[in-house]
Write a protein that binds this ligand. Structure first.
Ligand code: PLP
Length: 377
């Protein structure tokens, strides 16, 4: 199997698994228990919190563990909108992952004023003057704009939006950094955001564990209720092995980022050059020329259907995904490409090819060979 769907999820790094195993076997204590087994688990969690905080230049007490990116984003958006009396306007973009998009839609249905910022043809969020939006002057706003897009890999110029919406207009700022973390530097002080969502399985950690950075000035209201874990903000017995694995995975990704970026970029260039060769016609690379993650290529085969391409690639032993989101299995047009005004004939035939440090050049060559055969027929 050639796995080129690393924006959907990644393989667990063997070193991560090694770090996790003791907490699934011998050290299975509940971190809330005061005895030795509990204390061992608690120590591992606090150590992981310190590692993750250091990786993103936060303080350990600004890190809350969750079940993943979806829960982190929900916690940030709902925890803060609920915490402020009355409905506060929310500003987001048209290209967010459903974990932000659908949370905002829910707020909109509950009477909140939500603005979905458009993007240009490369997929970069566009913000005009605040006066262009129907937001009461001086109102506290919540903004949620992703750092890097999961379908195109476009890295947003977040500093511009933070400057305009937070520094100048006083908004509270959340960013979904699920795809960015481990692939590009993520520094909460430099980004100057108030909340930031992470998910371990996107950087060779385990599934079902994530974190939310909450700047120390803010307190969130819990979205779920239970015991006092994670300072009452995210109750429920902690996923100790997952948390340990997440810290180890992020530590490795941050430490080896330069080397892995070089490796992935070299493969990405082979892929893009190969796709541009004459044997492919009606092929368009999306977001070309924009600042993108080093591991992803979004490519449209005009007039084709991505689902059919996917099946043929699958038969050839290659896993990629369609441009449209990969969670429901439903084949529909990508809302991200739609927002970028990619014509439907291209949108429908879009593949998302996403690499990792575990891929090798020969796999890219093989993908190109199989693709060439498929599009000839
Ligand atoms: N945000 C982005 C940009 C993603 O790509 C994903 C996963 O596909 C998520 C959030 C959701 O993360 P999780 O799968 O950990 O809930």
């Amino acid at each position: 199997m050639i796995y080129l769907d690393n924006n959907a999820t990644t393989q667990i790094d063997p070193r991560v698994l090694t770090a996790m195993l003791p907490f699934l076997k011998k050290n299975y204590g509940n971190p809330s228990s005061p005895h030795l087994a509990g204390r061992t688990a608690r120590k591992a969690i606090e150590n992981a919190r310190e590692i993750i905080a250091e990786c993103i230049n936060a303080r350990p007490n600004e890190i809350f563990f969750t079940s993943g990116g979806t829960e982190s984003a929900n916690m940030a958006i709902l925890g803060i909108t609920d915490a402020i009396d009355g409905a506060i306007p929310v500003i987001t973009s048209q290209i967010e992952h459903p974990c932000v998009m659908n949370t905002c839609r829910m707020l909109e249905n509950s009477g909140y004023l939500v603005t979905y910022l458009p993007v240009d043809e490369k997929g970069i969020v566009e913000i005009r003057k605040m006066e262009d939006y129907p937001i009461p002057a001086g109102a506290v706003k919540l903004v949620s704009i992703m750092l890097a897009n999961n379908e195109t890999g476009v890295i947003q110029p977040l500093h511009k939006f933070v400057e305009m919406l937070k520094t100048s207009a006083g908004a509270i700022f959340h960013t979904d950094a699920v795809q960015a973390a481990g692939k590009i530097p993520v520094d909460v002080k430099k980004l100057n955001v108030d909340f930031l969502s992470l998910s371990a399985h996107k950087f060779h950690g385990p599934k079902g564990v994530g974190a939310l950075f909450v700047r120390k000035e803010f307190s969130l209201k819990p979205v779920i209720f239970g015991g006092g874990q994670e300072r009452g903000v995210r109750p429920g017995t902690e996923n100790v092995a997952g948390i340990v694995g997440m810290a180890r995975a992020l530590e490795i990704a941050v430490r080896d980022m330069e080397r892995n970026t070089r490796k992935m970029l070299a493969m990405k260039n082979i892929l893009i050059n190969g796709l541009k060769q004459q044997s492919f016609t009606g092929v368009f690379i999306n977001s070309e020329g924009a600042d993108t993650l080093p591991n992803i290529v979004s490519v449209s085969f005009q007039g084709r259907e991505a689902d059919k391409l996917l099946i043929k690639l699958d038969i050839g032993g290659i896993c990629v995904s369609s441009g449209a989101a990969c969670h429901s299995g439903a084949s529909k047009l990508s809302h991200v490409l739609k927002a970028m005004k990619v014509p439907d004939t291209c949108n429908r035939g879009t593949l998302r090819i996403s690499l990792s440090r575990f891929n090798e050049r020969h796999e890219i060559q093989y993908l190109l060979k199989v693709l060439r055969e498929i599009v000839k027929t």
